[in-house]
Design a binder for this molecule. Structure first.
Ligand SMILES: *Cc1c(COP(=O)(O)O)cnc(C)c1O
Ligand SMILES: [Zn+2]
Length: 412
């Protein structure tokens, strides 16, 4: 059974039936899916999950807005590992830290959770073609998930998108439109094309089902921690859909009685592009900013989901932390070195924010924190090399090797 009651506008409160082609409210506001939590609590409990053999995001079907008859799409999305990151915690001087490595999804980012849901809803809508615009990961995840499910895709990316992500798009057989402009320009062009051709719309914030997919990351974190909720959950923020989805996931569990505490959110943005954090810090309305950061996935000057994102952080009693590109690169190296996890720049930005929040006394060293690594570093090797440097170069001879060790101060 499906527990969805309908969808409600976060701006004006107007309610809509949850048809698969649902987009935004007539007032322009973003819609939020509503569930019958009492019924979920009656039919579903943590006990049911103990016996569940489905190690993917679909193990939480009662919390998802899909028809009972809809099969899960082919790629395995979700159930990414939650690592206890003690070495990193020790280095940061933090009591308890976990890394949720969402770079281990099939196309290597958290966006797969949204794209998997989009593919199911596109099928329910009878669509054959799906389109979106994206800074890169929404694009590659849609391309992969749609390819596996047999859809055609039209995908708009800004020309700055890293090569790894563009290579994924081409390999997954998408029709790729590389737009010589900002993410904002790219989004507007895709919007006009979607309207013209009637494609199924997987654009961030426009399609309210996407954050329902993203929220599964929180359902997993809660289950993987045996329903003991950490003090903070930290993640990077661009459009704001991910953090809104993360909050929705915890609130859903709370409403259905699976958990009895809610975490505080740490919204981390790049100093050079932090329109949402600036609004949180100043208490004023958000306004556009330049897209000046190497963390391409969160270089979003005009966020598409500001209301839900700001509401999520505020409701959680959360924090806003801005980090420099240097701090992002340092976090890439730190997480790699201490935990063996390779995140792309936006993937490690949450952890860079945790470090900064600790250093500036915003959070106590006694806190428990989950930091979400939202995307894999192999998507953007240029920045990986920038973060970690080049290897030592030697001729194939022992003398050279010894000389190189001396030069680097190594004593093997
Ligand atoms: C999209 C993305 C984000 C931010 O998500 P928003 O919904 O745009 O706020 C963070 N990290 C990575 C790797 C992403 O791809
Ligand atoms: Zn409205």
């Amino acid at each position: 059974m499906n527990y969805v009651l309908g969808a409600k506008c976060v701006k004006c409160g107007r309610e809509y039936p949850a048809g698969p082609r649902l987009t935004t409210c007539s007032c322009g506001g973003i819609l939020d899916l509503q569930y019958d939590y009492a019924a979920i609590a009656r039919d579903f409990s943590p006990r049911d999950l103990e016996d569940c053999r489905d190690f993917s995001m679909w193990r939480y079907r009662p919390f998802l807005p899909v028809e009972e008859a809809s099969p899960a799409p082919p790629l395995r999305v979700g159930w990414s590992p939650l690592y206890r990151a003690q070495r990193l915690a020790d280095e940061l001087g933090l009591k308890s830290l976990y890394l949720k490595d969402d770079g281990q999804n099939p196309t290597a980012s958290l966006k797969d959770r949204a794209s998997a849901l989009a593919v199911v809803k596109a099928r329910e809508a009878g669509a054959r073609t799906i389109a979106c615009s994206s800074t890169g990961n929404a694009a590659s995840s849609l391309a992969g998930n749609a390819a596996a499910a047999g859809f055609e895709t039209y995908i708009f990316v800004p020309s700055r998108a890293p090569k790894g992500k563009v290579a994924q798009l081409m390999i997954f057989g998408a029709h790729v439109i590389s737009v010589d402009g900002s993410y904002e320009d790219t989004f507007e062009l895709s919007k006009a094309a979607i309207q013209r051709y009637g494609w199924y719309n997987r654009n961030a914030a426009i399609n309210p089902f996407l954050s329902e997919g993203k929220k599964t990351v929180s359902l997993e974190i809660a289950e993987q921690l045996n329903w003991q909720i950490p003090d903070y959950v930290a993640l990077s923020v661009g459009d704001g859909c991910t953090i809104a989805g993360v909050w929705k996931g915890f609130k859903d569990l709370y409403a259905a009685g699976f958990i009895h505490k809610l975490p505080r959110l740490i919204s981390v943005q790049a100093q050079g592009c932090c329109p949402l954090n600036r609004a949180l810090q100043s208490g004023q309305a958000w306004s556009p900013m330049a897209e000046d950061t190497l963390a391409d996935s969160i270089a979003v000057g005009v966020p598409r989901n500001p209301d839900k994102a700001l509401q999520a952080v505020r409701e959680s009693g959360g924090l806003a932390v801005n980090v420099s590109d240097g701090e992002i690169l340092a976090a890439m190296g730190l997480i790699g070195r201490t935990q063996g996890v390779f995140g792309e720049p936006a993937g490690v930005t949450g952890t860079a924010g945790v470090k900064k929040a600790l250093e500036s006394g915003l959070i106590s060293p006694q806190s428990s924190v989950v930091s979400i690594v939202t995307g894999n570093g192999l998507k953007d090797v240029a920045n990986g090399i920038k973060a970690a440097g080049e290897p030592m170069q030697v001729k194939p001879c022992m003398e050279e090797l010894l000389a190189a060790f001396r030069r680097c101060g190594l004593h093997p």
